[in-house]
Write a protein that binds this ligand. Structure first.
Ligand SMILES: Nc1ncnc2c1ncn2[C@@H]1O[C@H](COP(=O)(O)OP(=O)(O)OP(=O)(O)O)[C@@H](O)[C@H]1O
Length: 303
């Protein structure tokens, strides 16, 4: 279990993480979402013991990971800086990563490098942006670390490589379950991988719940335009599109059984909403309603 209590990260006057309290059960894939500058990397850096918290506490199975060598060997943190020597060849980088970690699978690392078309003889400095990200993905997956933190690892990867990475991630997670935290801005692309969604906003926790529960916060209503308009009147609309006489409106807020029956009787189709749409709505509402953030870190927008 990972337990954060009132975790705070400050850089001078900037409060990047603001008294954040969160518990993460082991063996799940978490999606960590937040707008630019919301504190994701700062939070993950503390979790990976790359940085000390300015306040509050972090405990992994009851132990502070900072300066705990065993916990550090059990954590892999991949971020855009890659944290490897540019002069080293890929083979050497992988060899070093393997010596650091008891859970490293060297054969799997080679297979992944092959999948991502990485030439093991190349130096890191000679890699393209996308290839550097692929190298990060190889290290992040082949480490098989009990706590795997992947902070925007997809930067520069083309769509095909990203798809291969997500497929590998899921397949390897299913055969070697571990705790994976994925921070991403390409939300819709990876949302199906998340078992739980964590949204932070200006350093504070906005949402932490199962992805299905999160999705149920919204609903897409489709049908003849007049019937849709009548049904959605007075509700919070996240977006709408029309094609001919058909209209689809995305609503915020779950429908009760009576409303579902009424929609069906009116010939309307109901469907879940994308995680990204909900995320954009919640973080926009939070920005407009900033001071309404209560002590539990939930905003008025979530009620
Ligand atoms: N080394 C640093 N020195 C000073 N301020 C920093 C430093 N690192 C981050 N910050 C500030 O802390 C805040 C949170 O930054 P952080 O990188 O944690 O956000 P993020 O959610 O990862 O952002 P992004 O999605 O843009 O990568 C921002 O206001 C940022 O400017």
């Amino acid at each position: 279990m990972i337990s954060l209590r009132d975790l705070t990260v400050r850089y001078g006057d900037t409060v990047a993480v603001d008294r954040l309290t969160l518990d993460l059960e082991p063996g799940k894939i978490y999606g960590l979402l937040g707008r630019n500058g919301s504190g994701k990397t700062s939070l993950l850096s503390v979790l990976a013991a790359y940085r000390r918290a300015s306040g509050g506490s972090v405990a992994i199975d009851g132990v502070d990971p900072f300066e705990d060598a065993d916990l550090m060997r059990g954590t892999v943190f991949i971020r855009d800086t890659l944290d490897v020597s540019p002069q080293d060849r890929i083979s050497r980088v992988l060899g070093f990563a393997g010596r650091l970690r008891p859970t490293w699978d060297a054969a799997y690392a080679e297979r992944l490098a092959d999948l991502f078309r990485l030439d093991l003889r190349k130096r890191v400095s000679a890699l393209s942006r996308g290839q550097r990200s692929s190298l990060g993905a190889v290290i992040g997956l082949a480490a098989r670390a009990p706590l795997t933190i992947l902070d925007e690892v997809y930067l520069g990867m083309d769509a095909g490589v990203r798809a291969a990475f997500y497929t590998e991630l899921l397949a390897d997670y299913l055969t070697h379950p571990r705790t994976i935290i994925l921070s991403t801005h390409l939300i819709e692309e990876v949302a199906d991988l998340f078992e739980q969604v964590i949204v932070i906003d200006r350093g504070r926790l906005l949402v932490h719940e199962d992805t299905d529960t999160f999705r149920a916060r919204g609903v897409a209503v489709t049908g003849p335009a007049p019937a849709v308009d009548a049904f959605v009147a007075g509700r919070t609309v996240l977006g709408e599109q029309s094609l001919g006489g058909l209209r689809q409106v995305t609503l915020y807020g779950a429908l009760d059984d009576g409303e579902v029956a009424r929609a069906e009787a009116a010939g309307l189709a109901l469907a879940p909403v994308g995680v990204q749409d909900l995320f954009v709505h919640l973080t926009a509402a939070s920005a407009a309603d900033g001071d309404a953030v209560d002590r539990a870190g939930r905003t008025e927008a979530l009620r």
